[in-house]
Design a protein around this ligand. Structure first.
Ligand SMILES: *Cc1c(COP(=O)(O)O)cnc(C)c1O
Length: 431
């Protein structure tokens, strides 16, 4: 495959941008190739700067649930932008997107728009602390919540201990306010609430953990999070930046029928433009400025072009059978690969929910926490990724990342991908 132009661009980028990228995983470090510079996308396909064409299963890391450049979304972006891109005043599109969401989502009464998932989570945690007047938070190892200081924290040694920062530049004093626990461990939670009684503002969890493999949890475990937070007057935050509008319009809250106190959104909600949001009951949201004393603001929050893109995108999601059709397609992809792998006794298990799937390189895997993933198995993903690129198929460039199916993927795309992945697996695991 000729990637000369991508190589040249990466050289130029490295001179003017740290690591040549504006977000680290784009550097393709874990798959050992030069990153591809993508020039354009249409539907399920993308093209790089050298003219190579790929079926895209990264979908910009999740936002593009209808594939690239869906007509109605692009048309509204162009129409709205031609009338001005930002006013710094309220505009009707913010109201429309909020109404569209609230009126189709039983778990939300009010929503505030920000500009990224990180900002949404940061604001949600501040809100939880402001409401409870407590400082400590619980997060889980294997869940990602963006790059706010108190969330760049990894587990310390032993259960129910404070975390230590996982990034330089995060003060240990901040990390000390974050308790990091393993997923799928009810006793660890009980211990933490006992040890830090009346100090825990909230639990934040990806109800469908999809940033470190796909660590699907039992519904009963998620229900336990709801119970223990209620018992301790702490809040439960569902970080739905990936799962929101992906698993269904009501995200994981709707899927599991669990009412969290605060939900955060990003990715799909902005129709491919930078939007995040956090949402809750009117009572809790009343604590946010200008009504309440929890401060949060944004120069470009509720940006009209981004709001319009979100409205157009979510409108397509609200069509009858949208989510069930998408899931059927995803299951077909999964089954086509899993059946082959099982028949050949390859060490491959494909956890899947809605239109998200992931490759675990282990037989009959039931992986519910990050420490169950064997880092060595990621070597197989690297080989598979390189093979698939040569076959014109693009998966996210890391084995810890999930695969997203969009409504733009055709039956032909799915068939081609099944047969390419299967011959990739034959090459890797075949005798
Ligand atoms: C992507 C993601 C974030 C961060 O969102 P950004 O828009 O990248 O800042 C936070 N939480 C979850 C669950 C995510 O998947």
């Amino acid at each position: 495959m000729n990637i000369e132009n991508s190589i040249k661009l990466f050289d130029r980028a490295n001179k003017v941008t740290p690591g040549g990228v504006n977000s680290p995983v784009r550097a393709f470090k874990s798959v050992g190739t030069n990153p591809l510079f993508i020039k354009k996308g249409k539907g399920s396909h993308i093209w790089d700067e050298d003219g190579n064409e790929f079926i895209d299963f990264c979908c910009s890391w999740g936002p593009l649930i209808h594939g690239h450049a869906p007509e109605s979304v692009i048309k509204t972006i162009v129409d709205v932008a031609s009338e001005g891109t930002s006013f710094g005043t309220p505009n009707y599109l913010e109201v429309e997107l909020a109404e569209q969401i609230v009126s189709n989502h039983n778990y939300i009464e009010q929503i505030r728009f920000v500009s990224s998932g990180t900002e949404a989570v940061m604001s949600a945690i501040r809100l939880a602390r402001g409401v409870t007047k407590r400082d400590k938070i619980i997060k889980f190892s294997g869940c990602y919540h963006g790059h706010a200081d108190h969330l760049l924290v990894k587990a310390g040694s032993g259960l129910a201990t404070f975390g230590t920062s996982s990034s330089a530049g995060v003060p240990e004093a901040f990390a000390n306010e974050t308790i990091v626990l393993p997923l799928n461990d009810i006793n660890a939670l009980k211990d933490a609430f006992e040890t830090y009684k009346d100090q825990i503002a909230c639990i934040i969890v990806e109800p469908i953990p999809a940033n470190n493999g796909l660590l699907l949890q039992e519904k009963s475990y998620l229900e336990f999070l709801r119970t223990i937070t209620k018992e301790n007057n702490s809040l439960l935050i569902f970080d739905e930046v990936i799962s929101g509008f992906r698993i269904g319009f009501e995200g994981a809250a709707g899927y599991y029928n669990i009412q969290p106190d605060i939900m955060t959104y990003g990715k799909i909600i902005g129709g491919g433009l930078p939007v995040g949001a956090y949402a809750s009951t009117t009572e809790i949201m009343n604590n946010i400025s200008p009504n309440g004393d929890v401060y949060q603001a944004g120069t470009l929050s509720g940006n009209p072009v981004a709001m319009a893109a979100g409205i157009a995108q979510l409108k397509l999601c609200l069509k009858d059978d949208f989510y069930s059709d998408l899931e059927d397609k995803t299951k077909r992809l999964k089954d086509g690969i899993q059946n082959h792998a099982t028949q050949k006794s390859y060490p491959v298990t494909i956890p899947q929910i809605g239109s998200i799937l992931w490759f675990a390189f282990e037989k009959d895997a039931d992986i519910k926490s990050d420490d169950q993933i064997d880092p060595k198995s990621m070597g197989y993903f690297k080989q598979l990724h390189q093979y698939l690129l040569s076959e014109g198929i693009y998966f996210a460039p890391s084995g810890y990342e999930v695969t997203f199916v969009s409504s733009a993927h055709s039956d032909e795309d799915i068939d081609k991908t099944i047969s390419a992945v299967n011959s990739g697996l034959d090459k890797i695991f075949g005798a």
